[in-house]
Ligand binder design. Structure first.
Ligand code: 8OZ
Length: 363
């Protein structure tokens, strides 16, 4: 067996990534007026461009898709122009970056919704979770169930946002199907009790994720489309009675579309990997293209999984916040800086662009 390492180049679609380390999407709430990412955001991502691939923070595809204050969008010209600064800065450093397309569904608040309306969801079931709005963590608002005739418009919002991302210079897009947001709300029966074509059976609950992904892939190319899922994560109060069957099916259909990658949050997002039994190898077997594994990996576990052919790329989230040169630190076994929780969501440069790289070795 040839030994593989995380620090060798790897193909993704038509791209060649400089290593197998992916910066996972991380919400940081630093967009400016009009939910436009500015120069500060460009600096932050450029500092982290040594990742083989950066996946941007979750980015709303419409105002209705927003659930937290100061998260960036990808549905206005100003937002596209803002993101172009980011992609230029990352590319100038030799990096690659995908944009994560996001609709929060019921994880929102009336203060963020158009005309103060209720957030939308598959069913009118309020999530047991909080959002960050008006500089405070508060309960999410009670949602209303989407009408069947509204769904095509949401798919079109995803499609247009994907086109906008490519116009902004992104190398591709990731459909956010994880963590209890809109697509996950449809997929998992704890949030979906519809009786139309988008609820009930496994096929029906998968429909929105698959239709959105098909529309996005048609728009920007399957080789520039990825999907993130989190089959057993309880994030944002989501639950399912049959996650293995549900996600085996979704992944089989995603494989047929020939998309660039499948990105799997294994276990509880940002928490224990063994939160519930789940056979991730069953997903791997069903998906021929790139498998990005995420959640609680260290170098040893990632290398073992890579060598056993269980994943191709490994996404790390939190370590990238306080370690802009995380790839280098992982490679040389340098200690990792700890992140400051108080500056995680919102604010300016503090705890965002001011984390130092390793000091150069003294000769
Ligand atoms: C943390 C805070 C707010 C949003 C996710 C987009 O969990 C998020 C998120 C994470 O996918």
């Amino acid at each position: 067996m040839t030994s593989k390492t995380l620090f060798e180049p790897s193909a993704l679609g038509s791209l060649t990534l400089s290593n197998r380390v992916v910066m996972a999407p991380l919400t940081r709430n630093r967009a400016g007026v009009g939910f436009v990412p500015g120069d500060l955001v460009a600096e932050y991502y450029a500092q982290r461009a040594s990742a083989g691939l950066i996946i941007s923070e979750a980015t709303q595809i419409s105002q209705q898709g927003q659930g937290y204050q100061d998260t960036p969008g990808i549905y206005t010209e100003a937002q596209i122009d803002g993101w172009r600064k980011v992609t230029n800065a990352v590319h100038a450093k030799g990096g690659h970056i995908f944009l994560q397309l996001w609709h929060v569904g019921r994880v929102s608040h009336v203060d963020l919704q158009p005309d103060g309306q209720r957030p939308v969801a598959p069913s009118a079931i309020r999530a047991e979770t909080k959002t960050f709005v008006n500089n405070a963590f508060v309960d999410v608002s009670a949602p209303r169930a989407l009408e069947l005739r509204e769904i095509a418009g949401i798919i079109e919002d995803f499609r247009r946002a994907a086109a906008n991302a490519i116009a902004a210079g992104f190398d591709g897009v990731e459909v956010h199907g994880a963590n209890g947001y809109l697509l996950d709300q449809f997929a998992r029966d704890g949030a979906n009790c519809r009786s139309d074509a988008y609820g009930g059976s496994i096929e029906n609950r998968a429909r929105l994720t698959l239709e959105v992904t098909a529309a996005v892939a048609e728009e920007v190319g399957a080789e520039r489309t990825g999907v993130r899922i989190s089959p057993v994560s309880p994030a944002n109060g989501i639950s399912a009675s049959d996650p293995q069957a549900q996600f085996n099916y979704i992944v089989e259909k995603l494989d047929e579309m020939g998309i660039a990658y499948l990105h799997v949050v294994e276990g509880a997002t940002g928490g224990p990997r063994d939160v519930a039994p789940f056979d991730y190898e069953a997903l791997r077997r069903r998906f021929r293209s790139t498998y990005i594994a995420n959640n609680g990996y260290d170098l040893e576990l990632a290398t073992t999984r890579l060598e056993h052919g269980l994943a191709d790329l490994f996404a790390f989230g939190r370590p990238f916040i306080a370690n802009p040169d995380f790839v280098e630190r992982l490679k040389v076994g340098a200690p990792l800086a700890n992140l400051d929780m108080s500056t995680l969501y919102g604010g300016g440069t503090a705890g965002y662009t001011d984390y130092p790289t390793l000091a150069p070795a003294v000769a």
